[in-house]
Design a protein around this ligand. Structure first.
Ligand SMILES: [Zn+2]
Ligand SMILES: [Zn+2]
Length: 877
């Protein structure tokens, strides 16, 4: 048997299947494409799923690959034994409705026995117990003796995953010899021991499992085989486990060298952890994954931090993983050229993560050991959730790292408690985020910078520029690099980003480097002339001193320019219409609207607003050329430039002219021609301070949107009024007139109703010592009508007292009136209504001859009127 290196075995496999007319595809990325069900590619066929399901057309019907795979479910066992690893490569040949068992089985045999020259007596196979077809091919076509072919059950030799395509499989086993066996007389293929190891699985997808559990035949049968490259290398190299395989052993040896230790039982666990984890993490970073607290980024972080901690256990004090990564790159660069292309980047990402963890790991370990000692001292067996959370949050210990360390001391951890703490933190983080952007500006970001540094602004002429990333500020301090998710402030040597000034908002956009990109949300200029770009790293990492491409959001810049240039026209038009006393008191333009404050003494009339708006629109339509020049300030004044009162200008000023219509000193960004503004729509005018008025206006698309909205509103109103839009005014007037007439009619009907009941009320009038006392309720009347009614009744009774109440429109009212003689005999209306109102939970009072009051509880009106009558009786002498 030939002793072949891992890289040679891979190449031989792919070449062999190329000779069988297979298309060799490079390994797919570890990041699944369009498959949210998994975080990382975990098998050779996974990225080919769309070809098997028919969702996508394969580039060829025969394909062969060597696929990078990562599996992390048993991460805690990796290192403890030599059997487990998180990273492996999977060889496979695939048929999409092309060849089937008759080719796949003999080819597998041919590759093993002829290409790799594995002695036939070392090989055994298994087939699904009912798959006579496969049995016969092995037996008759290949010539394998029946006693070397094992029939196995569904558990072992049938591949299915829920419903859908499935089928039997056939596995090829390698006999590692009696010396690796368990010694049991039953030891044979299928035994759990290390003698017979399964190396290649051939899956024959020939059925479709239906919803009802039955199997139907697939029209297009597929072949899908998988063979772990490392495991095959173990066999070919006659070694005991994957850590002894040539390329992997080279990595392991370098770890030993770094630690200054020999590989033995004692150091074995940590050395294997590091050797395995550096393989998977190097591959993950080369596929664009970055350490983070979520998803696959978190898998990467966990692996790197676990490896870093095992480095500490070996006594390695400094960052070292990034250096070991170079060995991984070197061992695999032929198969994965991207490793070499991205070598610097990969090492840098790993180094950053190591450095970040290094800042907290020692302190975290001390604290964790204290926790563990405390719990053991109190005979506890579980690390509380808040402690686990503190280690995670403050010291960057991934959950499973804490679990592993606690486990080494025989303790478990409270995972539910940890999750509860995490949930609470996420909630608080969401709230804190709102204030984060504004507070970032509060810090002194430029302390410690090279004083001579200035940013050159190139944004007057271009929207995009190549520049150098001079500084990165993260959390208030200068750093060399920043990565995905970081909120950063960047300083460039030159920039097209306009920094907020002169009432014009800052540009937004992107700053991209070869390795990452930052979304810029704001830009400000310091007194020293530095432009600070505030943003978030959205992808990759960015590094100080590298070349960047800075590009602004052009649409937003243009919308802002429409508003700014139009503001200049607006100022001129205001002076023309209102007088030369108009001067700018302040202005603010962004991509949404114009806000222009100016000195003027009285509110503008509607006519004046129309005139100003009309004049600006005419100047837009005249398509004046906007001419921008720099010149000495005296010359600018001669040209008639409007300068802001009290503003300091340098010797050289920037003069912005719109035709011969407007001339202003201005540092903003402008249109080239006024017609680009489209139109202006003044929204309104209001006072903001004594002698200062404010106009708000829209231009361009915003103005068009405004008119569309108005039209929609008019159409809606027309719909409600059931008329055409152009008839809404007439219709509204008609409805208003109808309503007025109807209200008048209601009024008259009420009067009739009330006066009709007068006779009835007067009949019930009580005689109190010769005076007539009328007590009545008119619930349909409001206070004013109730007063009128009371007066009418008083005049009808001639001599006496009238007390009325009503519960109308949610209000309880009382009115009392007395004739002159009744007052002379002691009647006092003020006290009467006071009594009544008190009984109904309210208050009020008034003169002896007339008074009114309000109550609260309508259900008490009758009782209140009774109190009023009692009061009258007591008053009359
Ligand atoms: Zn055995
Ligand atoms: Zn301006």
């Amino acid at each position: 048997m030939k002793k072949l290196g891992l890289n040679e075995i891979r190449e031989r496999f792919l070449k062999f299947f190329e000779s069988k007319e297979h298309l060799r595809l490079p390994s797919f990325s570890l990041v699944p494409h369009n498959d949210p069900s998994i975080l990382l590619i975990n098998a050779g066929m996974t990225p080919l799923k769309p070809y098997f399901t028919g969702l996508e057309k394969p580039p060829a019907y025969r394909v062969t690959t060597c696929q990078k795979c990562i599996r992390t479910p048993d991460i805690e066992n990796v290192g403890k034994t030599a059997r487990h690893g998180t990273f492996f490569e999977m060889l496979g040949n695939f048929s999409f409705g092309d060849y089937f068992k008759k080719e796949a089985i003999p080819w597998a045999w041919e590759f093993f026995t002829e290409d790799l020259e594995i002695p036939a007596d070392k090989l055994y196979v298994s087939v699904y117990e009912e798959d006579d077809e496969a049995f016969d091919i092995w037996n008759k076509d290949v010539g394998l003796a029946p006693e070397r072919i094992f029939r196995m059950g569904k558990e072992d030799n049938f591949w299915e995953h829920g419903t859908g395509p499935c089928g039997p499989c056939s596995e090829i086993y390698f006999d590692r010899g009696e010396e690796n066996g368990c010694g049991s007389p039953d030891c044979t293929v299928g035994c759990e021991c290390d003698r017979f190891i399964e190396v290649w699985n051939l899956v024959f997808t020939q059925f479709n499992k239906e919803e009802d559990g039955t199997y139907s035949k697939l029209e297009k049968k597929n072949i899908d085989t998988g063979m772990g490259l490392e495991r095959l290398a173990v066999v070919m190299q006659g070694v005991n486990n994957l850590f002894e395989v040539d390329t992997i052993r080279n990595i392991l040896n370098y770890v030993c060298e770094k630690a200054g230790l020999q590989y033995d039982e004692q150091t074995g666990v940590s050395i294997r952890v590091i050797t395995d984890h550096i393989r998977s993490t190097t591959m993950m970073v080369s596929d664009g994954i970055l350490p983070s607290n979520e998803g696959r980024g978190y898998v990467l972080r966990r692996l790197l931090r676990r490896a870093a901690r095992h480095g500490r256990l070996l006594g390695i004090k400094d960052a070292f993983l990034y250096d070991v990564a170079k060995v991984v790159i070197n061992e695999s660069r032929d198969a994965y050229p991207e490793l070499e292309e991205k070598a610097d980047y990969i090492c840098k990402v790993i180094k950053i993560e190591e450095d970040r963890f290094a800042a907290t790991i020692d302190q975290g370990l001390t604290i964790l050991n204290d926790f563990i000692a405390q719990i053991k001292a109190s005979n506890g067996s579980e690390l509380p959730g808040d402690m686990v959370f503190k280690l995670h949050d403050t010291y960057g210990f991934p959950l499973d790292l804490t679990r592993e360390i606690a486990g080494e001391e025989g303790l478990t951890i409270d995972e539910d408690g940890f999750k509860a703490e995490m949930g609470e933190q996420k909630r608080m983080a969401r709230e804190a985020l709102k204030s984060k952007v504004s507070s970032a500006w509060g810090q002194d970001l430029t302390a410690g910078l090279d004083k001579s540094l200035k940013t050159v602004f190139t944004g007057y002429d271009s929207y995009e520029d190549e520049a150098e990333l001079s500084y990165i500020i993260l959390d208030g301090s200068h750093v060399d690099n920043a990565q995905q998710g970081d909120e950063v402030t960047l300083i460039l040597d030159k920039t097209p980003f306009y920094a907020e000034s002169g009432g014009q908002v800052a540009d937004t956009g992107f700053i991209r480097t070869k390795t990452g990109s930052v979304r810029v949300k704001d830009c400000r200029k310091t007194a020293e002339g530095l432009f600070l770009h505030l943003g978030t790293v959205e992808e990759g990492i960015v590094e100080k001193g590298t070349a960047v491409r800075a590009s602004i959001d052009v649409e937003r810049r243009l919308a802002t320019a429409r508003n700014h240039t139009t503001t200049h026209l607006l100022q001129r038009a205001l002076r023309n219409v209102l007088g030369e006393h108009v001067t700018q008191a302040g202005s603010y333009v962004d991509s949404e609207r114009i806000r222009f404050d100016f000195h003027h003494f009285s509110p503008m009339t509607r006519d004046e607003l129309r005139q100003v708006e009309g004049e600006v629109n005419r100047k837009i339509l005249e398509n004046l050329t906007v001419d921008i020049r720099e010149m000495p300030v005296d010359e600018a004044k001669k040209e008639g430039a409007m300068a802001l009162f009290g503003e300091k200008y340098g010797n050289i000023v920037r003069v912005v002219k719109a035709g011969s219509y407007s001339t202003e000193l201005c540092g903003g960004t402008h249109l080239k021609q006024t017609a680009q503004a489209g139109l202006i729509k003044i929204l309104g005018e209001s006072g903001v301070a004594a002698g200062v008025r404010r106009i708000e206006a829209l231009t361009g698309q915003n103005a068009i949107d405004y008119y569309c909205q108005k039209e929609d509103q008019l159409n809606e109103v027309a719909g409600v009024l059931k008329t055409a839009p152009q008839d809404t005014l007439r219709k509204a007037e008609a409805i208003s007139a109808d309503l007025k007439a109807a209200l008048k009619e209601i009024e008259q009907l009420k009067d009739k109703l009330v006066s009709g009941s007068f006779d009835e009320v007067l009949e019930k009038a009580e005689d109190v010592k010769g005076l007539k006392v009328v007590i009545a309720r008119f619930d349909q009347l409001g206070m004013e009508e109730l007063r009128n009614t009371c007066e009418t009744l008083r005049s009808k009774i001639g001599s006496g007292v009238v007390v009325l109440a009503s519960a109308f429109g949610g209000k309880v009212s009382f009115v009392a009136m007395a004739t002159k003689d009744a007052v002379e005999r002691g009647a006092h209306c003020g006290s009467i209504v006071k009594e009544a109102a008190k009984a109904a939970g309210g208050g009020g009072g008034g003169r002896p001859d007339m008074a009114q009051a309000g109550g609260k509880d309508a259900s008490l009106i009758d009782k209140a009127l009774k109190s009023a009558l009692d009061a009258v009786k007591a008053q009359i002498k």
